[in-house]
Design a protein around this ligand. Structure first.
Ligand code: ATP
Ligand code: MG
Length: 245
């Protein structure tokens, strides 16, 4: 498999706090990597570093062979290659659903309004919210908003999609409608890095689990290996806590 995201000896501090400790991992094209671990272990920081929403102290991150640019146009381009969906719904509140999905295409990908609209409607259809296109985000349920956020990211034709706990702010009945879209993407071969506490998703769609604790990758294994035979005491402890919920 071809490497797509290469994280090499990356360190990150917030003041005194060492949040990413010598992180090295490679996400290959078409791979679905699920990142799990206790609160504060650095999962979000790792995702944000891959999208360069956070700077790193040292080490390198490359996306499809290109080192993360520092700023400017190159960075905007790179961000478009890396789709990101966050826990909190972060649609543009004053734009319609359709505009949310066309804006980046027009501004960054330089598509015509007609092309962008066509593509947006295909994607909204695909995530099951095409009938909401003219509404404002606040008029949608949380699950619908997250599906729009996924469509918005996909509209940029990203090389990789990062999901940071995309379902953890949702009411239980809306979790599956978002996970179903993600499973569909995984099945189609989208390269994905997914931070989640949804172990069903991790088993079903994940090809590799990264277990993080205190800023380190403590274990890297297939879901099967990880869930049936976690090697480290920290992973065993974490699993015993979440699986008994
Ligand atoms: N901007 C920031 N300034 C200072 N400290 C931060 C900042 N962002 C995160 N941290 C700290 O860095 C550590 C890692 O945070 P991070 O959000 O990456 O953890 P996480 O694994 O995503 O946790 P959670 O499961 O709660 O989302 C935490 O101790 C957090 O308090
Ligand atoms: Mg987090």
């Amino acid at each position: 498999m071809e490497p797509l995201v290469v994280v090499d000896h990356v360190n990150k501090h917030f003041g005194e706090l060492h949040v990413l400790k010598d992180i090295t991992t490679t996400v290959h094209k078409g791979e679905v990597v699920v990142v799990i671990g206790p609160s504060g272990s650095g999962k979000s920081t790792l995702c944000r570093a891959i999208n360069r929403l956070e700077t790193i102290d040292n080490g390198t991150i490359t996306i499809d062979g290109k080192k993360l640019p520092e700023e400017g146009k190159e960075l905007a381009k790179l961000r478009a290659d890396v789709g990101m969906v966050f826990q909190s719904f972060n649609l543009f509140a004053h734009k319609t659903v359709l505009e949310n999905v066309t804006l980046g295409q027009i501004n960054v990908r330089k598509r015509s309004k007609a092309d962008a609209t066509k593509r947006a409607m295909e994607l909204l259809e695909r995530v099951g919210v095409a009938n909401q296109a003219s509404k404002m985000p606040s008029q949608l349920s949380g699950g619908q908003q997250q599906r729009v956020a996924i469509a918005r990211a996909l509209a940029m034709d990203p090389k990789v999609m990062l999901f940071d706990e995309p379902t953890s702010a949702l009411d239980p009945e809306m979790i599956n409608e978002v996970l179903d879209v993600m499973v569909g993407l995984a099945e189609e071969g989208m390269t994905m890095v997914v931070v989640t506490h949804e172990m069903g998703f991790a088993r079903k769609a994940g090809q590799r689990i990264l277990f993080m604790a205190e800023g380190e990758i403590v274990e890297e294994a297939t879901p099967e290996e990880f869930f049936t035979n976690p090697k480290s005491p920290r992973a065993q402890d974490f699993l015993s806590k979440i699986l008994t919920h």
